[in-house]
Design a protein around this ligand. Structure first.
Ligand code: SF4
Length: 326
């Protein structure tokens, strides 16, 4: 299967002024030179703590924040330089499911108007056809026809997220970016929404970029995983390799916190605690960004940033201690 999405050397930075109006201008590099690809019909999960840059990277892919540098190719065409009609066409192909189903829906709009909104802004279809699409989508996400006329407050959290999913599907996108789509929901409802996303992926041939801090959720949803720390991808592998053989100390610590249903594995896995907080993002460490918290850090880690390199087929890691393949 070929790549639908190919991200190369993506950088996003935000201007920050310190010391009031006349303060010195500097930049926060929220996403710092990251690259990854997602095959058609597959799911790449991007995981990391809050502040790791995962959501900013996703927003840049969807053109909802401006990238400073890099490429975001959809089917081989870079969408970052596009504007006007070409950008509208690209936006139809890439849609976003937001984290919070409570705040991401306009409380004054009926559910049917919310789902129709992307069609109004991005397509020129006649109203009758839009109404048919909305009705079909309500059914596809498990909502009843009579619920189309209701307002968001008349739905439960899980139902609101179904509306958000229907809205994301309205323009028949190929790539959907799911930004922590279940983190605001109860555990029982989380499973229903994840199952729905998987069913829709098969039904519509969707490709997902799945943003999450929850590796338990990611284990059930992803084909491959990129782990981010302070704006950098520190490890990237297929799901089985990453879960069975995490190579970066940060990934190993994240995975050690995932509860396992397997008793033997649970007993064999010792929880690795990551001490302290991430450093000031305005002033990242000179060498490896994880060096201030890494239990294995050596002198060279504090001096030289490790490059992200392939150490096994499709398994990339940025750590000085991981040897090159023999
Ligand atoms: Fe830890 Fe050094 Fe590897 Fe960074 S390069 S993760 S500090 S061992």
């Amino acid at each position: 299967m070929s790549d639908l999405l190919n991200v190369e050397n993506l950088c996003v930075r935000f201007e920050v002024k310190r010391g009031g109006m006349f303060g010195k201008k500097s930049y926060l590099h929220a996403v710092d030179d990251i690259s990854f690809a997602v095959k058609k019909g597959e799911t790449l999960a991007i995981v990391g703590e809050s502040g790791s840059g995962k959501t900013t990277a996703a927003l840049a892919v969807a053109r909802l924040v401006n990238a400073w540098r890099g490429k975001v190719e959809l089917d081989g065409r870079d969408i970052l330089p596009l504007d006007g009609a070409e950008l509208r066409r690209a936006r139809r192909r890439v849609q976003f499911i937001f984290q919070d189903p409570y705040s991401s829906l306009n409380p004054r709009q009926r559910a049917e108007a919310i789902v129709k909104e992307p069609l109004d802004s991005l397509s020129d279809k006649p109203e009758a056809e839009k109404a048919e699409i909305v009705a079909r989508l309500f059914k596809a996400v498990g909502l009843r026809p009579e619920q189309q006329r209701l307002f968001p407050h008349q739905f439960s959290g899980g139902q609101r997220q179904r509306i958000g999913i229907a809205r994301a599907l309205a323009t028949q996108p190929e790539l959907i970016i799911c930004d922590e789509p279940v983190s605001a929901l109860d555990v029982a409802v989380q499973a229903q929404i994840l199952n729905l996303l998987r069913r829709l992926q098969k039904e519509f041939g969707l490709t997902y970029l799945f943003i999450s801090h929850d590796l338990g959720v990611v284990q059930h949803m992803s084909d491959s995983i990129a782990v981010m720390y302070m704006g950098k991808v520190v490890e990237h592998a297929d799901r089985i390799s990453l879960f069975s053989n995490p190579l970066h100390p940060y990934t190993a610590a994240l995975l050690s916190a995932v509860p396992s249903v397997d008793k033997a594995r649970r007993e064999a896995t010792k929880r690795i605690l990551i001490p302290g907080d991430p450093p000031d993002p305005m002033n990242p460490p000179k060498g490896c960004r994880f060096a201030t918290r890494c239990p294995l850090a050596e002198a060279r880690c504090r001096e030289t940033p490790p490059a992200l390199r392939e150490v096994a087929s499709g398994h990339r890691v940025a750590c000085h201690l991981v040897p090159d393949p023999a």
